[in-house]
Structure formats: C-alpha cells, structure tokens
Ligand binder design. Structure first.
Ligand code: AHR
Length: 531
C-alpha cells in the first residue's frame, strides 16, 4: 500500500536506546508555579527574546492541513450529504465548518496523498447520481465521488481556506491535468469553462497551489528522482495560465532523510519548481510494522515520540542546505505537506483512524515551532490529516464531534500567522541524560502587525514545571497574558464519552523589570502574548 524508501536506514539512525529513554529526569528544584516551596519538582529556564529585530514573515500557510479520500476523513468527516440528519450546508457538515473557521485554517490540500495518483477529476463533477463508483485502491472501499471538485471548493470557501490541489501524475496524463486546471480557473467561453458553468459554477475559482504528483518515489509511481525530475518538467510545461495569476507549482520532494532525492530533483528541475514538498511522519517506535499505540503508552514512548518529532529540524536544515546550492535566493519554498504522528490504526473505525492525546498536542507544537523557525525556507505545510485520519484536528462519530489537542494547538498558534519571526534563545536543562537527552523547553516567537509579541513554549518534561524568566531585548513589557494546554496525564485525550479534557486554559505571568516571568506546567504547550 505505502512504499517508503530508506525506512530501514531512517529507523537505524533514529533508534533510541530503551535504557536511555527510561531514565528519569532529574529534578533541579522544588518550586511550585507560584515560586513557593512545594513537592512539585521544577526547573529554571532563561529565555531571551529580541523583540525589535527584523525577520522573515511566518507564512500563514504553514498552518495548513490535508484531507484525503481515506477512511472517514472526507465521507462523514466533511461530507454527510444534503439529506443527512447531521446539520449541514449543501451536504458539508456545519460543526466541522465552524471548527475549521475558528482555527483559521489557511490552506487545505486535496484529494491526496496516494489517492491523488489514482483520482480522475471528471469522475467528481456533474450530477451526483451519475458519478461513477470506483474502487479506492489506495485505502480500500468504494469511492462514490459524491464529494468531488465542486464540493471541495465549496468546503474550502466555507472554511476560508485556499485550495491546494494535487494532480494525478502516477496514472494520469498532462492532458488530464491541463483540462482540470482550465476547468477550474478559466473565465473564457472555452468548452471546459462552459462545462464548469453548466455544472453550477459561473465564475472561475482561484486556485494557486498545484501539487504535481504525490510521493512519486513510492505510491505515486515508484520512480527514481531522475525519472521524476523529467516527468515533473513535462507536466510543469503544461501548467498554463488561464487567468491573471500563475499557478504555484509544487514538485514531489523527499521523505524524511532522502537527501539524494532533493539533490537530483533540484539539480535537474529547480528553475521550473516553485515549491518542493517534504513528508515526515512521527512513529513512536520508528517501525512501520509496529508503530505503537496512540493512547496506551508510558514515558519512554512519550520521549521517543517527541525525540523523533524533533528530527524534523535536521531534515529541514539539511534539505534547505541542498536547496541553497541550486536556489541561493530561496525562491523555491520547502513545503512540508504531510507531517504528524502515525500510530497503529484503531480497528473498526476506518482506515488510519487513531485517537489523539496530549502527546499529539506537543508533537504539533514542536513541528509548528520548527516551521516558524525555518520561515525563510518553509512557506507552507499541511498536517496529516484534518479529520478522522492520523493526527487529526477533529474526530467525529456520526453526529458527534470532538476537537483534539492538536486542534487546540493550531488555534493557539494562529497568532503567528503572517507575523514576523523573532530570535528566541532558550537556556534550560536537558530532559533526560546522555546523548538521547532532549531539550526540556522548545519555542518560537513572533511580532504581529500590531506589535504584539507572541511566544510559544513547549515544556517537554512530563514531571517538572518550568520557572521561566524571559528577558525582553529592544522593548519593555507592559502586560502579559497567556494560554496553556496541559492535562493530568501524558495520554489524556478528548473523546465522545468523557468530552473535552484537554483544552486551553488561561495562564498568568508577571511583568518584571527586564521582561516577564511565568511558570509553565510540566507536559504543556503555552502561548504568551506580551504588549
Ligand atoms: O497520509 C496518509 C498517506 O501517507 C498519504 O496518502 C501518502 O502520501 C503518505 O504515504
């Protein structure tokens, strides 16, 4: 089903010793969040924020997501049909629309994934009753095509997201792709534009982002990078312009540490590419045959999951360095359009369905911090996936819906969208010991258009709170407010029975002579706003 090259190598490189993982974190002090003596262990951290520096803009599209025709992601998660008792707008469920509007999802990738390379867009237009039913050979079951292009565009508009369409390279043709792009974006009276009108859409849609294939090294065609680079150039030559705006052409990039893929594709095709994708999934074990449980885990798996997530930093840094060789101006964006946790699937709940815990909230926050930090090269990202699939933002059970910790992190971090990245230095003890030790505190910071400073801080330590002294350089602080996402246990979750347990709460800090101070609970994600 999914072929991943170099999995063995990446597992070998990333395997953490169980002994090291199991080492308890030493307590450095015993202050409570208020600073008074208590039995709750804590550590001290010094953070320095350069508040007045120029920096790259954190592209809002870093906060995007991905919805594939897979399991209950699209069907039930988005589409329930016009006749459904679940409240909907033209068949699209209202609760999900409201939740995604609130989180300010800027961009949504569709229809895959592996599915994109078997999808033929004409199957999903015209009268619904006449649309063909096709085997979904990537993920099982039958694709009814009830949710096609018009439904996707309607959904994207309702949630306020820009569409990012992945076209079929694996089993399609440049002609099929050309016709799709013309159908969507031509304002002329060409036959394809008229066909769109006859299907109910008068004005052309604004579609900027076009992904040319998906995982061409695996499910998208098992290609070598040399072969894909040639295919890419052939397809890219036929991505024409039908309105005023050119498309942003996104090439299939590497999986995790496949640096040769980046080298070859950039060398052969950089001048035709606007964005290069990167896919990396976090597996607690690093083993695709036995990935680990989403909900039943102890501190060793907590640590290995966070540690493996932080590998994203190395991947982005090294792929960016290769891109710099062929694109020193950084014109080509690195687009992390599949990221997130991938656990053993829960049986009976649809393909790739997994619950989400506080741990996933921290994984989201670490990844988003890293994308912020690399804002000079990373211009777009998409969490995998939006609803009911992998590290979802939202889970549904028929008419019921819950928001996951990942959703809450996206909502808290939305303040960084289009803000200016600021340098943030963190000095804190390590979490754990030896070569496998992790940072106990991880963060990113930005200044928004109104001049408000936003600092995101993740306390990875599951036992110790962090007493943070934040020194503000180049500015003084008048006030501080904040929100924190944490829970009593590392595997706390929101579900249909017990409801919302992991939700953001207000966090208090203090303005000091040199900046601010704040106490961050263990195992938490916080976002501070300083004015
Ligand atoms: O997100 C699930 C799958 O993971 C996607 O279809 C594919 O691109 C990747 O391997």
């Amino acid at each position: 089903m999914i072929t991943r090259r170099s999995i063995a190598a990446s597992i070998a490189a990333a395997t953490l010793s169980t002994a090291a993982l199991a080492q308890p974190a030493p307590a450095s002090s015993t202050k409570s969040s208020a600073g008074a003596a208590s039995s709750a262990p804590s550590f001290d951290a010094k953070v320095e924020l350069q508040a007045d520096r120029p920096g790259p803009t954190i592209n809002r599209n870093i906060y995007g997501s991905f919805a594939e025709h897979l399991g209950r992601g699209v069907y039930e998660g988005i589409w329930v049909g016009e006749g459904s008792p679940i409240p909907n707008t033209r068949g699209l469920r209202n609760d999900v629309i409201a939740a995604l509007r609130k989180v300010r999802l800027p961009v949504l990738r569709w229809p895959g994934g592996c599915f994109a390379d078997e999808y033929h867009w004409r199957d999903g237009i015209g009268r619904r009753a006449q649309r063909p039913r096709r085997a979904n050979t990537s993920w099982g079951g039958v694709e009814t095509n009830a949710f096609g292009l018009h439904e996707f565009m309607d959904f994207a508009a309702l949630i306020g997201a820009e569409p990012y369409v992945s076209v079929n390279v694996g089993s399609g043709t440049p002609q099929e792709m050309m016709e799709w792009l013309e159908y969507m974006t031509s304002g002329s009276d060409s036959a394809l534009a008229q066909l769109r009108r006859s299907n109910g859409r008068k004005e052309p849609w604004k579609v900027k982002f076009v992904g040319i294939g998906n995982e061409a090294w695996g499910c998208g065609g098992n290609m070598t990078p040399e072969h894909y680079a040639d295919e890419y150039k052939r397809y890219a030559a036929f991505v024409k312009k039908y309105g005023d705006e050119s498309f942003v052409k996104i090439a299939v990039g590497p999986s995790d540490e496949d640096y040769n893929w980046t080298e070859v594709v950039m060398k052969q095709a950089a001048k035709h590419i606007d964005g290069l994708s990167l896919h990396y999934y976090t597996l607690p074990t690093g083993n695709w045959k036995s990935k680990g449980s989403a909900t039943t885990f102890e501190e060793p798996e907590w640590r290995s999951t966070l540690s493996r997530t932080l590998r994203m930093d190395t991947f982005i840094t090294k792929h960016s360095a290769i891109m710099d060789k062929y694109d020193p101006q950084k014109r080509v964006a690195l687009i992390v359009d599949e990221w997130g946790t991938w656990y053993d699937t829960e049986p009976g709940k649809g393909a790739l369905y997994q619950q989400s815990t506080l741990r996933d909230g921290l994984v989201a926050a670490l990844n988003l911090n890293l994308f912020n930090q690399h804002a000079d090269r990373v211009k777009m990202a998409a969490s995998a996936q939006t609803i009911n699939v992998l590290q979802s933002m939202i889970l549904t059970d028929q008419a019921k819906m819950v928001l996951t910790p990942t959703y809450h992190v996206f909502e808290m971090y939305a303040v960084h969208q289009d803000a200016t990245l600021l340098p943030l230095e963190i000095k804190a003890p390590r979490y754990g010991a030896g070569a496998d030790a992790l940072p106990s505190l991880h963060g990113s910071a930005s200044r928004d258009a109104r001049g408000v400073l936003h600092v995101s801080l993740v306390n990875l330590d599951p036992k110790r709170s962090a007493e943070v002294t934040l020194a503000l350089k180049g500015r003084s602080a008048k006030s501080i407010s904040g929100r924190v996402l944490t829970a009593a246990t590392i595997n706390a979750l929101n579900d249909f029975q017990s409801g919302s347990v992991v939700v953001p709460k207000p966090l208090e800090g203090k303005v000091t002579s040199g900046g601010v101070s704040v106490s961050l609970p263990s195992k938490s994600v916080s976002v501070l706003s300083i004015e």
